[in-house]
Design a binder for this molecule. Structure first.
Ligand SMILES: CC(C)(COP(=O)(O)OP(=O)(O)OC[C@H]1O[C@@H](n2cnc3c(N)ncnc32)[C@H](O)[C@@H]1OP(=O)(O)O)[C@@H](O)C(=O)NCCC(=O)NCCS
Length: 169
């Protein structure tokens, strides 16, 4: 295994779209309605990654193993603003075979250090309410629950939100 973490490039976006679909399958099958998988739009999702790369206030990073993408993360201004949180870590996804070997923590720390470098004192991470493994990870990283959506029939919608306080020392 030869894991490298680097900033995402526009040429990565098609591969990222396929990777997203693959990780969704192992993360959200049984939570999201099947229709969300069947109607997955590869081109549209590649464009979403492109827009993040082209934006000035959100950064997208990827992890690769011998050049093949195995995970990604974004951080910066919130995609969906909440209360007075001006920064977030978002879109943290690692391919199943590469989970549990420290990549998530490296991604988290990359976002944490970037947000800290801006002089911020706190940030937010939002997670699907029914994605319990990810919540275990976010709590291990020191997150405190500050908001939980009510349950809904469409389980892709309700979120749980974690606050992280930045240690200034
Ligand atoms: C959740 C996720 C990002 C965590 O990343 P990861 O690379 O698997 O986690 P790491 O190997 O970096 O683990 C870091 C630490 O968290 C702990 N941890 C990881 N998953 C955990 C869990 N489910 N519950 C409790 N602790 C957990 C690890 O034991 C490790 O502890 P250590 O620092 O004491 O060794 C990753 O598993 C993933 O991409 N899952 C599927 C997609 C997903 O749900 N993304 C989140 C969307 S909101």
């Amino acid at each position: 295994m030869n894991i490298e973490i680097r900033k995402a490039k526009l040429e990565d976006c098609e591969e990222l779209s396929y990777l997203k679909r693959e990780i969704w399958e192992t993360t959200y099958r049984g939570i999201y309605p099947d229709e969300k998988f069947d109607s997955y739009n590869y081109v549209g999702n590649a464009h979403k990654f492109e827009n993040i790369i082209l934006s000035n206030d959100i950064f997208l990073y990827v992890a690769s193993d011998n050049g093949k993408l195995v995970g990604y993360v974004a951080f910066g201004s919130p995609l969906r603003p909440f209360r007075d949180y001006s920064k977030e870590i978002v879109l943290l996804y690692i391919k199943k075979e590469y989970q549990g070997i420290g990549i998530g923590k490296k991604f988290f720390n990359l976002g944490y250090e970037y947000i800290k470098s801006l002089g911020e004192t706190k940030f937010l991470i939002s997670c699907n309410k029914y994605n319990l493994p990810a919540q275990g990870f976010y709590e291990k990283m020191g997150g405190k629950k500050v908001y939980i959506d009510d349950d809904m029939d469409n389980k892709s919608i309700p979120q749980i939100k974690y606050e992280y306080i930045i240690n200034r020392h």
